[in-house]
Design a protein around this ligand. Sequence first.
Ligand code: NAD
Length: 261
Amino acid sequence: MYEDLNNKVAVITGGSKGIGTAISKRFGEEHMNVIVNYNSDVAGATAAVDEIKRAGGHGVAVQANVGTETGVQALIDAAVTNFGTLDVWVNNAGMENQHATHELMLADWEKVINVNLTGVFLGSKAALKYFVDHGKPGNIINMSSVHEQIPWPTFAHYAASKGGVKLFTETIAMEYAARNIRVNSIGPGAINTPINAQKFADPEQLANTTKMVPMQKIGEPSEVAAAAAWLASNQSSYVTGITLFVDGGMTLYPAFQGGQG
Ligand code: NAD
């Protein structure tokens, strides 16, 4: 537990399931005040708020589409109205779908870029503006992916969005460092969340994915949430502009594991 997080105010986008819910719960355990954003899954967001409260924090579920300026502003407003300020902003919302690139419809490209990249821009912009206007330090955490580094055929829009998040994170980390606003990314590998439910339900696909992880196992959302808590806390006070991979070694070129090559 990180004592400096006690009573801090956070917004977590896409908090109604998966990694977002795990971060909500972990922030609850840190006794933080959390705005849990959801787009359509009110039941999931309400359950996340219940978890926060059970863990000793405060939480409020707020509907907003992160791909819109009005949506992210509603989240800032909710943080200020309910908890008086904003300290930590987590751009977690994301989506993916699979298409061969020569068949990828513009609409599918735009949907993924809108949530995964434009949403990160809009959320970061709103949070930065709040921190700058109020002359206070701030902390932004962007949920990237191992696919900001590893190419992913048939997921070109997803990989492009996460590659964009990497350089966006590094750029604004540099731009706002002197104002004591830290910006970092987390790069999860294969994590056991609803986004992967169908894939991991198939034993063959599960085995194929596990083979790509040197630690030979799928990660849990709580392991990603632990990284978010550390980045949000003062324990990482001299860290900005990084991607913290939480991937069991997936980014370490596992094909070379046997010493071949
Ligand atoms: P998930 O599908 O379980 O959760 C994604 C969340 O984003 C959902 O709550 C969804 O409602 C929300 N969301 C989608 N569009 C939104 C919008 N327009 N406005 C607000 N919320 C919206 O997925 P997850 O696995 O928990 O993924 C969370 C993040 O982690 C994503 O950015 C994803 O790309 C990233 N990630 C996940 C994995 C993994 O293996 N699970 C790996 C790498 C990166």
